[in-house]
Design a protein. Structure first.
Length: 160
């Protein structure tokens, strides 16, 4: 069976939307992340990591940021630049200081649930940025598409 759409290069584009602070919205964000990773040509393992990180960020926005307040929304943006996937999720809550997030690997926190989502997000993605919005917090997640992790892309340049 022939593939009707040859995937030679990642599909570029941007999609933005707002959703109510519900778990149904988290599911919608997760599904959109999965479509983004698939359209980018990302392998299954990296796709799983990105989708899980996006789900964690959306849960944090709905639960911790907006406190399930039906009068507050989450803002979501997905972008494929051709070199990276850039996902932005913002809430309308009171804000978050990332320096105050407990380390889930510290012995006193091993049995606590706090801080694990941010830990996973940071572990699975190449860049994670927090920005205070007053009100709210914006989390920008970046996953690079082309260079292999841990390799300097300049090493591959031919300098004859």
């Amino acid at each position: 069976m022939e593939n009707p759409i040859p995937v030679t290069e990642p599909q570029k584009g941007r999609r933005s939307f707002k959703l109510p602070s519900t778990m149904e919205s988290v599911t919608e964000v997760e599904a959109a992340a999965e479509k983004l990773t698939q359209s980018s040509g990302m392998d299954e393992d990296d796709s799983f990591r990105v989708v899980m990180a996006v789900r964690e960020a959306a849960v944090n926005a709905v639960l911790h940021g907006n406190g399930y307040d039906p009068n507050k929304q989450i803002s979501v943006s997905f972008e494929n630049t051709g070199k990276s996937l850039v996902i932005t999720i913002a809430d309308e809550g009171e804000g978050l200081d990332p320096a105050k997030i407990p380390d889930p690997l510290a012995p006193e926190n091993l049995l606590r649930g706090t801080g694990r989502g941010i830990f996973l997000i940071r572990s699975f993605l190449d860049e994670v940025h927090f920005r205070q919005l007053y009100p709210g917090t914006e989390l920008t997640l970046v996953k690079h598409l082309t260079p292999a992790e841990g390799k300097d892309t300049n090493q591959n340049l031919d300098t004859k």
